[in-house]
Ligand binder design. Sequence first.
Ligand code: MOS
Length: 758
Amino acid sequence: MTSQIPLTRDPAHVRHGSNIGQPLTRREGVLKVTGAARYAADNHLPRMLHAVMAVSSIARGRVTSLDITSAKRHPGVVEVMTPQNRPPLADDPDAKTNPFMFRMDVLQNDKVRYANQPIAVVIAETLEAATEGAALLAPCYETEAVRVGLDAAESFVPAAVGVGHPAMVQHGDVESALASAAHRIDATYETQAQYHNAMEPHAIVAAWDGDGDSLSIDTPSQGLAMAQGRIAGLLGISPDKIHIRSPFLGGGFGSKGLMSGPQILGILAARLVGRPVKLVLRREHMYGPVGHRPPSRQRLRIGTAGDGQLAAIDHHAKVTTSTFDDFYEPAANASHSLYASPAIAISHEAVRIDTGTPLFMRAPGEAPGSIALESAIDEMAEACRLDPLAFRLKNYADVEPVSGKPFSSKALRECYVQGAERFGWSKRPLSPRRMRDDDGFLVGWGMGTATFPALMFAAEARAVLKADGSGVMETGAHDMGQGAWTALAQIAGDSLGLDLNRVTFKAGTSDLPDAGIAGGSAHTATAGSAIHHAGAAVIAKLAELATSDQRSPLFGAGNAGVVARDGCLHRRDDESRSESYADILKRAGRAEIEARGNGVPDPAAQANYAMRAHGAVFAEVKVDPDLGQIRVTRMVGAFAAGRIINPRMVQSQLLGGMIWGISFALHEQAIIDHRSGRILNGNLADYHVPVNADVPHMETLTIDEYDPHVNALGIKGVGEIGITGSAGAVANAVWHASGIRPRRFPIRIEDLVNSASN
Ligand code: MOS
């Protein structure tokens, strides 16, 4: 893989310093590649025991017996935790008071609601003894008929999809617009269940301290303050008695956003035995209690006028959820903001099946939604006999069609133009099956539009300036491997007017200010804004000290009359008049000064603008005309995502997303046995994800974009947008190579076996 790493150049973006925009490598990179980085499961406490979950091999029914005697007789086994002896909880784990709570199975009864549900926990002196003890439990079950798949039960319209989005949206009169359209398509697409499969499984080391009212935890978390609150509620202790360390995450992708049942079981096991306990999920345990992306069936009806101008988009999505909780993949929402159609209808329906509850998984909604939408848009372009790029250039929205709000900034046209140029799109024949390589493989080129909301949650940061001229920035931010801490430290440096080596950046523990959640591609925008404002606030205090002191060369300049750079305040009107932070603090007799800042969305800007990142992805595939085998051979993605804090991290996030797009189009699916409800490929040998051999030459371009409304720094997210558009681009390239429109994902060889014959 080779890629360009363009730097953000606009000097207007640079406030105090020049850390932002630099392609720095990960600050913790050396620790990781040398094995010195300590992940949750690497912790080993004195007197610590190992816990292993026994999970159900049925998907619906109840546990009628467990051979606890045999398990306990096994050498090294200390205790077996079951619903009979599990320590009590202060809150019902099946209660839900807000959408950011995951109902969980923590041995509250003998019921089985999905395959791989925890049914007991064996606690032993060694991992081996706990594993063998769990195998000796030999559970017996009373089984009931399972409900699996999109047609397993009566469907209903959910009260909300995603987190608080309406399940149905009507804009204009879709039916009459479709009826009078000159060109129409009507296509149904299916996507399969996918599992997060972070490289690091969920793990916890839990230790109750003192008299058992405070708790010390090592566990990976994308949302420390929320995790702390959830544990506090369930265990009935005060949040400030819970100390969580989450310095490194081996991926999260949404599955570590909310506290899961197995993590709570680790805490309960430690309480039961009165010793520290480590509980680490085995790979197959991750296919059930920690979330997944549900399957979908999506119908797209689109109509245009004779010239190809969009007249109507109707996007309907059916998804599954569990029998006991309410997460609904907002797949059809992909259609409400991208294309300028005068009539748009979005609707969702859901069925409850015997599965673990689905959860946000990288680009929830947009990932499965955009593969259907972009496939349908491509087919619509074909029906209009228009080039797919020309069709999109004609129809992309400048104003968000459903809300009527203008975009806070928008460089989608530039993404289309620059991406197409880089890819060489102008040489693409309009009709399919026109290109072959020297080996006789069919070659196809396809594209997709990428979009993801530019979200912000709420975060706080604390900034400190010390009399030695150094700075500290604190916020409980999470680094899942995406490089968040490096980007946030760069913002910290600039906000304090200090070079990075003068700044101590503290993150990853629950005793720091709440950094919000590392999710929704909003972490850099949210925690970064908090850092920016905390830095500005402490600099304002420093400026106050200097400009109000007659002994300072800055006396009388006023707060707005000084600028912070390189550890000094300078007069704006005469930069030669300056004073170092150290001198200012020393003269004032202050060892340090501190200030806090918040990162929250601006309600006025939110009310007036639609905020989204955009992009365009171009893919080349080769299809074996005899075997139907598909290879992606080239991809170019052009993205406009506001200000780029660290081009290297951004490129890596975008490439990772695009690779996930390949995976969505060609590889990933959980295969569920319809008789038992069990997942047949719940492991990384049988559940396919792309490996190096599947990933071709890829390039990313970032388009310069300054958004004055989204937040003070103009940051949009880059974590999820790379998937969107990419899967559709691959699917459309497969059509262009083979002449066959993929209707189910992942695309299978048997879907293309006819490609030789026509
Ligand atoms: Mo993500 S699915 O917002 O962690």
